[in-house]
Write a protein that binds this ligand. Sequence first.
Ligand SMILES: Cc1cc2nc3c(=O)[nH]c(=O)nc-3n(C[C@H](O)[C@H](O)[C@H](O)COP(=O)(O)OP(=O)(O)OC[C@H]3O[C@@H](n4cnc5c(N)ncnc54)[C@H](O)[C@@H]3O)c2cc1C
Length: 360
Amino acid sequence: MKKQTDVLVIGGGFGGVGLAQKLSKNGVSVTLVDRKNYFEVTFAMLRNVANPKLLGKMPRKLYGDFIDGAFIQGSVESMNDEEATLSNGEVIRFKRAIISSGSRYPSLPLAKSSSALNYADRNNEITGNQQTLASAKSVLVIGGGVVGVELAGEIASAFPDKKITLAHSSDTLLDNLKPKAQRKALEQLTARGVRVKFNRRFTKDGNVYRCSKSNEVVQVDMAYACIGMVPNTEFLKAELPGILDENGLIKVDSFMKVKGYENLYSLGDCATLDSNKHGYIASVQGAMLADALLKSAKGKKVKPYKTPTFALIAATGTDSGVAQMPFGVTTARFIVNLKQKDMGISNMYKIYGSEANQLN
Ligand SMILES: Cc1cc2nc3c(=O)[nH]c(=O)nc-3n(C[C@H](O)[C@H](O)[C@H](O)COP(=O)(O)OP(=O)(O)OC[C@H]3O[C@@H](n4cnc5c(N)ncnc54)[C@H](O)[C@@H]3O)c2cc1C
């Protein structure tokens, strides 16, 4: 028999969980489906891998331990505007669906796992990653965006004796941030002993890494490629190919409605709505869409989405970082600590009406 729900939320990341929680708490019948059985605060994963003692199991929590509405663990294989089919053949019929299937980082599965779909497997995966990292004497981090900068900083904090090289394809770190933030991040990483190489594009060549620009070769015990996210939207290609743009993002209007459909919505990393793909933006969008759906159910007018003011904190280790806030760039501890304290974990769970798991 087919399952029925009023609202189906596909993907329990920052956007989907916030939306599902808000709707459920307001009495709406919601079913959240995710291929994993746990929520995880992605921001915390780099520190989680570099230094297991600091965050332990705090970033992860079983959906079943804090989600108010129904939760189904399953991977959506295809969908149309009436029903979604899971990989086990189960079909869920819905009145409305919110597609918040986010993105993955194929080059860096430790950030968002592609294979550890159960809580215990993910804990083991993280432990395995920690052990591999601990045994390496030299590490190459490829990519000087926020993820690469944070990873280099976390490894340098946890293992001051390792030889760490951060290679970036352009001539400044954190390409999208202001020059002061780029400079400060470079100073902080250099002070930790990280060697930063600009204008390099390293790829694996046998058992070394070779730069396609300069032909320079580096030999390291391990490398992390922190480059590029891919939207998780392949499952839409069979029945809803017209809703995807050339980058695989779901085309939505300023009310987060999928273009051409009255009952499909999309938000977060998988949607075209905002060019900044950040967890805090996905969570703001989730809360806004929940409010909009609740309002429109009461016949009230709904305002279009407005991009939240840009703010980003990049940690460069456990006690340093740069923040680009609406008022300017700062390295002030009390601002950087907004993220540094526990990498935003307690704050995210608080937003979802819950609290983080214990350390161990
Ligand atoms: C290492 C790292 C550090 C980051 N640091 C920051 C930061 O400091 N601040 C910040 O704001 N952002 C940060 N980001 C970006 C942030 O993590 C993403 O923007 C955020 O995860 C997007 O949230 P989302 O809800 O759109 O999707 P996701 O978090 O990607 O969640 C999507 C969910 O959908 C599920 N799913 C996907 N496909 C299917 C399917 N077919 N069927 C069922 N379930 C499915 C997935 O399992 C997943 O749980 C960081 C990212 C990384 C990798």
